[in-house]
Design a protein around this ligand. Structure first.
Ligand code: ADP
Ligand code: MG
Length: 710
C-alpha cells in the first residue's frame, strides 16, 4: 500500500510556496473601525442628546434610558444596512468557550409589503432557543429558555461574508431566573466589584471619585499549517491536535524560529488578519514568529477588559477564517504537536484610576504607597486563591502545556523581579522601618528606587509575572476565553482590596502611614510564600513549592474542585459574581467538557490506529514474510538475516500495536479514566512504527512536513 495522499500533499504545497511580493501601494489605515458602531457612528447617526445618553451608559455605567432604545435600534439598522447588512444577531459567549449567534433578518411584512425593521426590543433582548447550550443543570429545558440582553459597553459590529453582512450585537446570556449561562455576565459583575473596591481604596487615600478602568491585553499564540496536510490528519480535524507523530530530527532545538523573519505566505495571511481586525476596531499591534516552528503570535494594544475579551474571541475567529482563505489552517489548540512548545494566551492585566495606572510604581511617596498597597493586595489574593486561579485555566488542552517545561507550571506563584521583591521584603520588616535602618522602606514617606523592567528569562517560566506596570498571567491556554481567569483575578483582588480597606478605615487619623505600613507588613509576612523569582521549570521548584504548601494540581480535572470549594463559594457569593448554582453548573460543564474531549481524542486515536496504521504495518510485515519465503524457495542465503531481523522487529511492533489498540478500546468502553494513559501507550508504538515503515507507505503527514512546509 503506498500513500499517494500524503506525498501529493507535499507536492501541492511545494507549488504553493512560490508567492512573490506585489508592488507596494501607499499604506492606509483610514478603514480602522469602519465596521463598528463606534462613538463617531453614534454621533453621526443619532441625535446629539441620544448619543450623549448612550455614551454616558458606556463610559459611566449609567442605566440605559429605555426611551432611547428605539432610536438607537433604528440608527444601528440604518448604519448596518448602509454597510450591506440584511441580518442581525445577538452575539454571545456560551460556556462552550466559543461564540454563538442566531441570525434574523431585518425583513418584516407589513400589509403585504416587504419592509425592514429593527425595534428596541430586537436590540435589547432576544430569546434564542438555546436549550442545547451547556448549562450544567441551570436551565432545564422544560423550565425556561435562556435570553440574551444587549451589552452596550461593547459596541455592535458588522461581520461580512461573500454575499452580505450581519449586524452583531454583543449580549449577555442568562436564564429567566437571572442566572448567568455565559462568560460575559460574570465578567461584567467582577469588573463592577473590582471597580467598587478600588474606588473605596482610593477614597481612603483621600482621592476624589474617578473612573476606574480595568485593562487587558491578550497576547494570542497560534500555529499555521497548510490545509493540504490538515485534510489528511483526521486527528487535527476532529480534535485540533495530533494524537500521533514522531518528533522530526530538527524541531525547535536551534531556536531559530523565534522572532525569525516571517515567511511571505504567512505574512500575507497575518496582514489580512490585521486588516480585518482593524476594520472591527480591534487594535492588532504586534506579530512575530514564536518558539516552535509554524508557531506565531498576535498581540493587540490593551483595552477595557470587557471589550478586550470580546475582541480576543473575534481575533481567534478571524485567524481561523483568514487562514482558511489562504489555504492554511490556524490551530488554536494548546498542544497541537507533541515535543514542541504549545500555545498560550498571556493575559496582561492592570487597573487604572483616572489616568493613573495603579500598578505603576509612582513618582511620589503617596503614589508609591498606593502601588505597594495594590501589590500587597495582589500578593494576598493570589496566595489565598491560587487553587482557584489554577482552576480558571483548566481545560483538556492546557493540561499538555502546564508543567511541560515550556509553559508555566501548574503551581501558581508570583514573579516580582529581584528589586521589587527586595522592596516588598523591606515593607515586610515593619518593626525596623520606624528606625529607618538601612534598607528599610517607609510606606507613604519614601519613593521607590527605579524598577528596571526585568527582562530575564526566569519570568517566562512564571505563571503570574509583574512586568513593569501590569501583571501578565501566562497560564491561560491559547484556545480559552480570557473571561474565566479575568473573573477570578478581578474578584480575588477586589476581596483583598476590601480587606485592606476594612483595616484602613479603622486607622487613627495621625498615624496613617505607620498604620498602613504595619498592615501591609503583616499581609506580606503571611503571604510572601507565593513570591518566586527562580526558574519555574525545575524539579527543585516543585519540591520547594511543596515545602511552602503551595497547591500543585497538574490535571485540570482535579483542579476544577477549587471551583466549588467552600472558600470559593463564599468569595463569589459575597460579591454576587457567581452564586452557588452558577459555580456548580460551571464545575459540571467544565468537567464534562474535559472528559468528552479526552474521549473524542481516544476515539479518533483508535480509529486512526486501526484503519490507517495497522493495515500499513500488516502489509509491510506481509511483504517481508513473502520476501523471506521467496528466499527460502530460491535457496538464497544472503539478505535473509536482514529480512528475518526486520520481520521480527516489525512483527514485534505489530503485536504491541495490536495489544495497545485493545487496551485503548477497553479504556474507552469502560470509561475508567484510563483513556489518556492508553492513548500515550499507543502513541509510543505508532510513533516507533512511523520511523520503521517505508516513508512512502506512511499515511499521515509527518511533523517535518506540517511544521516546516508552508
Ligand atoms: P511582552 O514583552 O510580554 O510582549 P509587551 O509590552 O509587548 O510585553 O505587552 C504585551 C501586552 O501587554 C500587549 O498586548 C500590551 O498592549 C499589553 N499591555 C501593556 N500595558 C498594559 C496595561 N497597562 N494593561 C493591560 N495590558 C497592557
Ligand atoms: Mg508577553
Amino acid at each position: 500500500m503506498s500513500n499517494l495522499n500524503r506525498i501529493s500533499a507535499v507536492n501541492t504545497v511545494a507549488a504553493l510556496c512560490e508567492t512573490r511580493p506585489e508592488p507596494a501601494s501607499p499604506a492606509n489605515i483610514s478603514f480602522y473601525g469602519q465596521d463598528v458602531f463606534s462613538r463617531d457612528a453614534m454621533q453621526q447617526y443619532l441625535s446629539k442628546a441620544t448619543a450623549e445618553k448612550l455614551i454616558d451608559t458606556i463610559d459611566n455605567g449609567a442605566p440605559l434610558d429605555p426611551s432611547i432604545a428605539a432610536d438607537v435600534a433604528h440608527a444601528m439598522k440604518h448604519w448596518a444596512m448602509e454597510r450591506g447588512a440584511t441580518h442581525f444577531t445577538h452575539w454571545f459567549l456560551p460556556l462552550t468557550g466559543s461564540t454563538a449567534e442566531k441570525h434574523d433578518s431585518f425583513l418584516e411584512i407589513k400589509n403585504g409589503q416587504a419592509i425592514t425593521a429593527f425595534s428596541a426590543k430586537n436590540l435589547i433582548v432576544s430569546e434564542p432557543d438555546a436549550s442545547s447550550f451547556p448549562s450544567g443543570g441551570l436551565r432545564c429545558t422544560f423550565e425556561a429558555r435562556g435570553y440574551t440582553a444587549w451589552d452596550p459597553t461593547s459596541p455592535a459590529f458588522i461581520k461580512r461574508h461573500a454575499n452580505g453582512a450581519t449586524l452583531c450585537i454583543p449580549t449577555v446570556f442568562c436564564s429567566y431566573t437571572g442566572e448567568a449561562l455565559d462568560r460575559k455576565t460574570p465578567l461584567l459583575r467582577s469588573m463592577q466589584v473590582l471597580r467598587a473596591a478600588v474606588k473605596r481604596l482610593m477614597k481612603n487615600f483621600g482621592f476624589a471619585d474617578e473612573r476606574v478602568s480595568i485593562t487587558l491585553g491578550a497576547e494570542q499564540e497560534y500555529f499555521l499549517i497548510d490545509k493540504h496536510f490538515y485534510l489528511h490528519r483526521p486527528d487535527l480535524i476532529q480534535t485540533g491536535r495530533t494524537v500521533f507523530g514522531a518528533p522530526p530530527a530538527k524541531h525547535q532545538q536551534l531556536e531559530d524560529h523565534y522572532f525569525g523573519s516571517i515567511k511571505m505566505r504567512i505574512l500575507n495571511c497575518m496582514t489580512e488578519v490585521e486588516h480585518e481586525l482593524w476594520k472591527l476596531g480591534i487594535p492588532a499591534k504586534t506579530r512575530h514568529n514564536e518558539v516552535a516552528p509554524a508557531q506565531f503570535e498576535l498581540a493587540p494594544i490593551f483595552e477595557d477588559m470587557n471589550l478586550a475579551c470580546d475582541h480576543n474571541m473575534l481575533v481567534m475567529e478571524m485567524l481561523r477564517e483568514v487562514a482558511d482563505r489562504h489555504g492554511l489552517v490556524c490551530l488554536l489548540h494548546e498542544k497541537p504537536f507533541a515535543g514542541v512548545n504549545g500555545s498560550g494566551k498571556h493575559n496582561n492585566w492592570s487597573v487604572n484610576y483616572g489616568n493613573i495606572n495603579l500598578l505603576e510604581p509612582g513618582k511620589d511617596p503617596q503614589q508609591n504607597a498606593i502601588f505597594l498597597t495594590m501589590m500587597t493586595a495582589i500578593i494576598e489574593a493570589v496566595d489565598t486563591h491560587s487553587a482557584l486561579l489554577r482552576a480558571s485555566v483548566s481545560g483538556a488542552g492546557n493540561d499538555h502545556r502546564l508543567g511541560a517545561n515550556e509553559a508555566p507550571p501548574a503551581i501558581i506563584s508570583i514573579y516580582l523581579g529581584d528589586q521589587l521583591t527586595e522592596v516588598i521584603e523591606q515593607v515586610g520588616k515593619e518593626s525596623r522601618a520606624a528606625a529607618r535602618s538601612a534598607g528599610s522602606m517607609r510606606v507613604g514617606v519614601d519613593t521607590l528606587p527605579p524598577l528596571p523592567k526585568d527582562a530575564t528569562d526566569r519570568n517566562r517560566t512564571s505563571p503570574f509575572a509583574f512586568t513593569g506596570n501590569k501583571f501578565e498571567f501566562r497560564s491561560p491556554g491559547s484556545s480559552q476565553s480570557c473571561s474565566g481567569p479575568c473573573v477570578v483575578l478581578n474578584t480575588i483582588v477586589a476581596d483583598s482590596v476590601n480587606h485592606i480597606c476594612d483595616e484602613m478605615e479603622k486607622f487613627g487619623k495621625n498615624d496613617f502611614n505607620r498604620e498602613l505600613q504595619k498592615l501591609l507588613s503583616k499581609i506580606i509576612c503571611d503571604h510572601k510564600r507565593i513570591i518566586f523569582n527562580g526558574n519555574g521549570y525545575t524539579q527543585e521548584w516543585q519540591e520547594e513549592a511543596a515545602r511552602r504548601g503551595l497547591p500543585n494540581t497538574p490535571t485540570s480535572l482535579k483542579s476544577l474542585g477549587a471551583l466549588v470549594s467552600s472558600q470559593t463559594q463564599e468569595l463569589f457569593n459575597k460579591y454576587g459574581v457567581y452564586n452557588i448554582r452558577e459555580l456548580e453548573s460551571r464545575h459540571e460543564v467544565f468537567q464534562e467538557d474535559i472528559l468528552r474531549r479526552i474521549s473524542i481524542e481516544g476515539g479518533i486515536a483508535l480509529e486512526i490506529a486501526k484503519s490507517m496504521i495497522l493495515p500499513v504495518a500488516r502489509a509491510e510485515f506481509g511483504k517481508l514474510v513473502d520476501a523471506l519465503e521467496k528466499c527460502n524457495a530460491a535457496h538464497i542465503q544472503s539478505g535473509k538475516d536482514t529480512l528475518t531481523d526486520n520481520a521480527n522487529m516489525l512483527g514485534d511492533a505489530l503485536d504491541r500495536l495490536n495489544a495497545k489498540i485493545r487496551v485503548l478500546e477497553k479504556a474507552l468502553a469502560a470509561e475508567n479514566g484510563k483513556v489518556r494513559e492508553a492513548m500515550d501507550a499507543l502513541r509510543l508504538v505508532v510513533d516507533e512504527l512511523e520511523s520503521q515503515l517505508p516513508d512512502e507507505a506512511w499515511p499521515l503527514p509527518k511533523y517535518r512536513e506540517m511544521l516546516f512546509l508552508y
